[in-house]
Design a binder for this molecule. Structure first.
Ligand code: CAA
Length: 380
């Protein structure tokens, strides 16, 4: 897709920012498995924590394509920071903006869009991952409060977040239509966060369990109508999947950057690796797949801004980009050979980071299910 001059300029700005401010810490963040705290004030200063929310609520929304480009360029140098930004924007600021009432938006959005605070989204539970409607967490109404009990797992930004949106069953007899969403603040009595998961990839990103033990939530912190939570979270994931597509795209581009650089500089028998045609052809294939992924992600981003239903396009963007990126890392690693298998080059980190893109915010199998359902229904 040919970008407009404005988007090209924005991409250059993001590339400069990512190389100067994010890239230098990427290897250490992964090796030490530490959350990229030092990146948060820089991201906040750049307006990158409020990219899907307009100015009036403290955000910096311009358009979804800019947002995708930002996630792509950050992920190109550091997947852990890329997913932190993607989850924060798509999964917490967006649902509060889209489904919150005026009071909730004014109260909860400014601190997380421009105040440097992070947020987190709780849907997945032990026993309710792909089957998101199988939620077991309950919220029982008592007067003007809800009493929340249950557990959420594999939650991004869990221990670094201050504001959470979570789902709970409020009427078991109604299935998916008996699930309601709530806003919850860190520090609420009975709400605790488990220890950070020790993950294969995206090791700087913060992932942990959330536990609710008789947590009291005022009815004023209910997000949207009773029973609308599942639908709200599905709509949220439609947008989130564009950003996971952008995360995958950035990681895949990073794999291509690394393979190209290696092939140009590494010599065997006095000749650079790139002089071999089979290496050139492999790089051509990787580049073609990454470009196709970029088209998918950007098209889904453009579709979101038109106000049309983009469920199918965002699932396709995430699915295609994550599989293309996986292939880029696989073949990139083959080009680097033994060198790629060591920590001397970013390829092994990228290889590990990419796997999450085929799992998080709906596995590749769930994306195929979403695409085929939409195709059959003819709804998007
Ligand atoms: N937009 C609007 N409405 C939607 C929708 C969408 N994209 N998807 C579903 N709905 C609506 C349906 O229309 C239906 O409502 P009506 O009856 O009024 O039409 C209602 O929601 C129930 O939908 P389904 O019958 O399709 O629900 P289902 O139980 O069959 O599940 C599913 C559908 C697509 C498999 C869903 O369970 C799903 O997406 N699963 C994957 C969950 C997922 O991606 N989890 C990742 C969480 S992200 C995360 O954990 C990361 C982190 O960092 C926290």
């Amino acid at each position: 897709m040919i970008l407009s001059e404005q988007h090209k300029k924005f991409r250059q700005e993001m590339r400069r920012f990512a190389l100067a401010e994010i890239a230098p810490d990427a290897e250490r963040i992964d090796r030490e498995q530490v959350f990229p705290y030092e990146h948060i004030p820089k991201l906040n200063k750049k307006g990158l924590l409020g990219m899907v929310v307009p100015k009036e609520y403290g955000g910096f929304y311009t358009n979804t394509l800019d947002y995708a480009i930002a996630v792509e360029e950050i992920s190109r140098v550091c997947g852990s920071t890329g997913i932190t930004v993607a989850a924060h924007n798509s999964l917490i600021t967006y649902p509060i903006y889209a489904f919150g009432n005026e009071e909730q938006k004014r109260k909860y959005l400014p601190p997380i869009c421009s105040g440097g605070e992070l947020g987190s989204f709780g849907l997945t539970e032990p026993g309710a991952g792909s089957d998101a409607a199988g939620t077991k967490t309950t919220a029982v109404k008592r007067g003007d409060k809800w009493i929340l009990n249950g557990t959420k797992c594999f939650i991004t930004n869990a221990s670094v977040g201050t504001t959470f949106v979570i789902t709970a069953v409020t009427d078991k007899s109604k299935g998916a239509k008996g699930i309601t969403a709530f806003i919850l603040r860190k520090g609420t009595p009975g709400f605790s966060v488990g220890k950070k998961e020790n993950k294969m990839g995206l090791r700087g990103s913060d992932t942990a369990f959330l536990h609710f033990d008789d947590v009291e939530i005022p009815d004023s912190d209910r997000l949207g109508p009773e029973g609308a939570g599942f639908k709200e979270f599905m709509i949220t994931l439609d947008g989130g999947r564009i950003s996971i597509g952008a995360l995958a795209l950035g990681l895949g581009q990073g794999a291509l950057d690394s393979a190209l650089e290696f092939a140009k500089t590494y010599e065997e028998n006095g000749k650079p690796l790139i002089s071999r045609q089979y290496i050139q052809f492999k790089l051509a294939d990787i580049s073609m797949q990454i470009e196709a992924a970029r088209n998918f992600v950007y098209e889904a981003a453009l579709a979101k801004d038109t106000g049309e239903k983009f469920t199918r396009l965002s699932a396709m963007a995430k699915l295609y980009a994550s599989e293309a990126a996986h292939s880029a890392a696989y073949w990139g690693m083959q080009i680097l050979g033994d060198y790629g298998y060591t920590e001397r080059y970013p390829m092994e980190r990228i290889y590990r980071d990419i796997k999450l893109c085929e799992i998080g915010e709906g596995t590749s199998e769930i994306q195929r299910l979403v695409i085929s359902r939409e195709l059959i229904r003819g709804t998007s």
